[in-house]
Design a protein around this ligand. Sequence first.
Ligand SMILES: Nc1ncnc2c1ncn2[C@@H]1O[C@H](COP(=O)(O)OP(=O)(O)OP(=O)(O)O)[C@@H](O)[C@H]1O
Ligand SMILES: [Mg+2]
Length: 380
Amino acid sequence: MISVNVDQWHFPRTDLAKHYFKSFELGVSTRTVLFAPRKMGKTEFLIYDLMPVAIEYNYLPVYINLWKNKEAPHEAIIESLSVTLESITNKGMKYVKKTLQGIISKLKISTEFGAEFSTSLEPVISSFDAIKAPSNQLTYISKLIRELIKQAEKTPLLLIIDEVQHLSVSKNFDPLTYNLRTMIDENRNRVFAVLTGSSRSGLRKLFSDSKSPLYRFADMESFPVMGIEFVEHIGRVFKAVTGNVFDVKKSNRIFKKLNYNPDYFRTLVRIMALHEEIDINLAYKNVIDLIGHDNEYKALFDKLNDLDLELIKRVIGNQAVYSQNYMDKLSSKLGEIISRGKIQSRIKRLEKINVITKNLHGDYLIETPGFIEWIKKTQH
Ligand SMILES: Nc1ncnc2c1ncn2[C@@H]1O[C@H](COP(=O)(O)OP(=O)(O)OP(=O)(O)O)[C@@H](O)[C@H]1O
Ligand SMILES: [Mg+2]
């Protein structure tokens, strides 16, 4: 780590956080689901920006990361609720702000682990045994929420649930999901919720499938990307810490090329801060190599054939993959007849290996961050 003060690198997004509370206050919604691909800054926003603003707006925030215990997400819920309840019971609502600051500081430390030179994306769905929450644990969760509402007196509760799409990966999580929904529905004016997810298809399953316990629970919104202000902020800290110059314009172009991914960009800046001899172009190349290496993009790339690569280009260009004209062009380019069925089966496979996904409107998008940039940079 370059400096002991990790907070200084954080680019604050206070206005964005306030925006969600304003819509709560206007009664527009009492729950929000935010979507962004992996490593786009959701967790950092929740802990560094949303929680402090929640306190300022007089809410009682409880942060729950469902990936903390993938096999038994109910345990992560119980842990977060109990820690908050215990602190309030011990110190009383009078000191709640102080208590929450302590909880936030601990959460900040836990998010710092592994931040250095790692661009690896843990798979959204890795293999694990999904444990069904025993009914006494579900009753316990309801009890904890009721008790928190009681202790909080007039302060509304804000449940912040990170990686909520995890609830969609197994039917075994359905009772827990029903239980959560019921508790939130029953206490509509006392319990608010901000949920985040990093798998579009997971979120679609959770909120748009009529068989899901969270069907129509909330509308999905895109979590906005950061712009040049983020680059400027990182540049200021970089200059202060290293005394070296920072080219904002060039850096901003690179931030764009990295799909506005703050994690990749901070890795790039770390490389430059630690190695004065490395300029931004070389640092960029290093980051692309790191992304490819950490995520085994070469192995993924080797699974693709020429038709896949053409289809990916088409998806990036936002163009229809099934037009007759396109199929004719593809057939002559690839020297074989490309039928609708052939495209369909390759598209299905690309979805299965997480290279592309469908958005809520049914359009295809690239799902694996950094993969395209890696292809462009390394495969000619
Ligand atoms: N506001 C910010 N200011 C500075 N750096 C940031 C900011 N947001 C994110 N980052 C950088 O990006 C990294 C990834 O952010 P974060 O873990 O919040 O992403 P995420 O969207 O929650 O990812 P995942 O889907 O994997 O959980 C952070 O560790 C940090 O280095
Ligand atoms: Mg996260």
